[in-house]
Design a binder for this molecule. Sequence first.
Ligand code: APR
Length: 311
Amino acid sequence: MAKAKIALIGGGQIGGNLALLAAQKELGDIIIFDIPQSEGMVKGKALDILQLTPHDGYDVSISGTSNWEDLKNVDVFIITAGIPRKPGMNREDLLEINLGIMKEVASNIKKYAPNSFAIVISNPLDAMVYAFYKVSGFNKNKVVGMAGALDSGRFRAFLAEEIQCSVQDISCMVLGGHGDTMVPITRLATVGGVPIESLIEPSRLEEIVNRTRFAGGEIVKLFGNGSAFYAPAQSAIEMAESYIRDKKRVIPCASLCEGEFGVDGYFIGVPSVIGENGVERILEFELNNEEKSSLNNTLMAVKKTVKETKL
Ligand code: APR
């Protein structure tokens, strides 16, 4: 079977880690793409990773480029292209700049690899994944945003630390938008099948939920400059692997809802089955009233940012 071709659009902090993880999992041949001013940087990262492959025996090729022609017939794109918020810049300024970048990326992907699967990471995520979908004209199953996988991973890590048990045995999901309004569904969180709510006091659980909500900001504050990159990269790789290997993992992702959970026409974090056809199915379930109202709250935030894209 032919090896998958994976392109990372944006070879910065997350892009570099995506390349490393994709190589270590031997997901396929890897191309790191960035703007011409950063071509040397991505070629350098590609060479550096190539030179670690013999140690553990990863049989993949890896290269760097700023030429879209090199991305013909790529199977999977993971997009982190964009700029981070700079001092003095407000959210709208950032949205405008990153929207311009996303439109350019989406048009090129439409031109060079129209049958690919695209995972969007760039922020503001809810608007960026929507913009990619609109500009590329891709079918809804071929576009997805990475948010819930990261937010759920953070929730799982904090819960495992609290209970002092393996992270592997924690199962939970965080739905909604990628921001402070995200909706961790604590009612359905379990450890080895045991409900979390029967193990952790409500007030303590609330603290953990709040830490999850602001986990990205906690890291930004510690770094002083830049945002999280290891966990975002790992989360997107989990999604790419499920697609490439047709694993049909159930992962909370920003998928286009058309009626599911009462959402119509927006990408929002929902449990999604990812397999060889992309987002193959959204697993819908009954929310309680409190969860419904939280999801509605997050939907309003998503609608506001999507409206700003004017798409
Ligand atoms: N085409 C390709 N790459 C681009 C373009 C473009 N038009 N414009 C910018 N880039 C590249 C930058 O040159 C940079 O190398 O995107 C890369 C972004 O990398 P970083 O600034 O290191 O950001 P990173 O930490 O990787 O985060 C990327 O993901 O989680 C989000 O908020 C985060 O939006 C940010 C994105």
